[in-house]
Design a protein around this ligand. Structure first.
Ligand SMILES: [Fe+2]
Ligand SMILES: [Fe+2]
Length: 277
């Protein structure tokens, strides 16, 4: 199955960028959009339906999908907008698509983070609360209150448990598993310009989910995902991690802003990137 991967398109902070027209697109079977397409996820669903009406799309919410809205409500609206279409909104949900070689299960979630990357979770959560728009611009509890780092941590724990359960679900040899998250499941390969204090708000080290683990009481053996796609860090990433999980990101980031040069945050962003699983 050929996956056309991208994320962090940021329509709200972009002028004049769009998907290539159909004749200039790569050959693909499924478009994977790993979050930060546009605030209010239901708008992102409509954007995808207009542009990719005839192929499947996997759509995971980034933190920006929640801006100006309630984090649970916008996912509900997105799922309503996507119902009965080929756009699959995945928030702690999976969908299985078939191709000639068998089945591919996509397990998706925003993921958020455990704030534990540098070992001092409390400090990382305080820095994030103080300095990140995520904890000013997102509502929760039916719009009643601000989304806080403790909410992000809870979401992360739920999504991590969901992903682990998907990896422990028995699947046959040809049955591939693709995890799609917005936040990163790996440490940075090198310092990428992010503020180091805020790095734990972007990434968690989930490489333990990329190594096989034996069955435990009531749980099957863990077979890691074949591919793990992420976004959020506005970088390109491609590495084999753990046993044999390919971990990839293809983020565009903010921009372009005409009439300046048509550039964006990540100069390595490839709008034609296709991965075979
Ligand atoms: Fe982003
Ligand atoms: Fe993001």
């Amino acid at each position: 199955m050929r996956l056309w991967l991208m994320s962090d398109v940021h329509l709200e902070l972009t002028k004049g960028w769009d998907l290539p027209p159909p004749a200039q697109r790569p050959d693909f079977d499924v478009l994977v959009m790993a979050g930060d397409l546009v605030p209010r996820m239901e708008r992102g669903v409509r954007w995808l339906l207009e542009r990719v009406p005839d192929k499947a799309a996997i759509y995971v919410a980034g933190n920006h999908e929640f801006y100006g809205t309630d984090e649970a409500r916008t996912v509900e609206k997105a799922m309503q907008a996507a119902a009965g279409t080929n756009v699959h909104v995945l928030q702690n949900r999976s969908v299985t698509l078939e191709d000639r070689a068998g089945s591919v299960t996509f397990a998706g979630a925003t993921l958020w983070t455990d704030f534990h990357l540098h070992g001092d979770q409390r400090r990382a959560m305080a820095a994030a609360a103080d300095r990140m728009n995520d904890f000013r611009k997102i509502r929760t509890g039916g719009y009643r209150r601000r989304f806080r780092p403790s909410d992000a941590l809870l979401c992360h724990q739920q999504s991590r448990a969901f992903l682990e359960a998907e990896m422990r679900r028995p699947r046959g040899d040809g049955h591939r598993l693709v995890a799609v998250t917005h936040h990163a499941p790996v440490r940075a390969r090198c310092f990428s310009g992010e503020d180091e204090t805020l790095e734990p708000a972007f990434r968690s080290d989930l490489t333990w989910l990329m190594r096989p683990q034996p069955a435990e009481e009531g749980k099957g053996a863990l077979r890691p995902a074949d591919l793990w796609c992420f976004g959020h860090t506005h970088e390109s990433y491609d590495a084999r991690v753990g046993e044999n999980t390919r971990v990839m990101a293809n983020c565009k980031g903010y921009g372009p802003w005409p009439p300046a040069e048509p550039t964006w945050d990540n100069p390595d962003f490839d709008p034609h990137l296709v991965i075979e699983v």
